[in-house]
Design a binder for this molecule. Structure first.
Ligand SMILES: Cc1ncc(COP(=O)(O)OP(=O)(O)O)c(N)n1
Ligand SMILES: Cc1ncsc1CCOP(=O)(O)O
Ligand SMILES: [Mg+2]
Length: 212
């Protein structure tokens, strides 16, 4: 399996995806071209989260796509996920690394601050994420991380860089042009009627970029 963080990074949302078609919808995103999946669910029902995360891990393993768990280091450890994504309100990177070991991917939210990225990398993060690049209906109060910041980050850091927030197939080319490795998307994939086609539209942009 490729554990690289590159391409379309599909992020799930418990409020957008009905439980009965959860795995099916994520599968559509993967077949459409998602190269990383994040399980992000703010629901506190532990059993439901465990069951959904386990079913996603099985699916992601089948397709050779890494599964990253948002926020919850213990859940990531419990199911043997490929990685965890942590923000400022979550566990510290050093603590997660101690719990999960060297092989697990740790992603860090750096919002619009290069200093957070520097710190995250020195603490052992494998990738850094900036956002919200554009207004996001999933996280309307998120700080803005402009395209200029993504360009600066690319010039400074060699680890994979993920851009998140309000990224659509229409504005994604301007994001990719900054040199980021992946675009993380919630609504643009899972809020669409045809999830397969939606994912495919983003994925094609990476194929086009590779040919440049
Ligand atoms: C790839 C990626 N980037 C940023 C985030 C946001 O993380 P965080 O700031 O911890 O906010 P929540 O997602 O937990 O609400 C992310 N999840 N994934
Ligand atoms: C979790 C998160 N962090 C910053 S914006 C965002 C939500 C991204 O969702 P969308 O792709 O629908 O804007
Ligand atoms: Mg978080």
């Amino acid at each position: 399996m490729s554990l690289s963080i590159q391409g379309l990074y599909a992020v799930t949302d418990g409020t957008l995806i009905p439980d009965h078609c959860f795995a099916y919808n994520v599968e559509q995103a993967i077949i459409g071209g998602a190269r990383v999946v994040q399980y992000r669910d703010k629901n506190t029902n532990k059993l439901r989260k465990l069951e959904q995360a386990q079913s996603l891990l099985k699916l992601c393993r089948h397709y050779g796509v890494p599964l990253i768990i948002n926020d919850d280091v213990s859940l990531a450890k419990q199911i043997g996920a490929d990685g965890v994504h942590l923000g400022q309100e979550d566990s510290r990177i050093l603590t997660a690394r101690e719990m999960l070991g060297d092989k697990v991917i740790i992603g860090a939210s750096c919002y619009n601050q290069l200093s957070l990225a520097e710190r995250a990398i020195s603490d052992g993060a494998n990738y850094i994420a900036f956002g919200s690049v554009f207004p996001s209906r999933i996280k309307p109060r998120a700080v803005t991380a402009p395209l200029t910041l993504l360009r600066q980050a690319r010039a400074l850091f060699s680890c994979p860089i993920v851009a998140i927030g309000g990224i659509t197939p229409e504005n994604a080319p301007s994001v990719l042009e900054t040199g980021v490795d992946a675009v993380a998307v919630v609504y643009g994939v899972f809020g669409q009627r045809d999830i397969f086609l939606a994912a495919q539209r983003y994925a094609k942009l990476f194929t086009l970029k590779a040919k440049e």
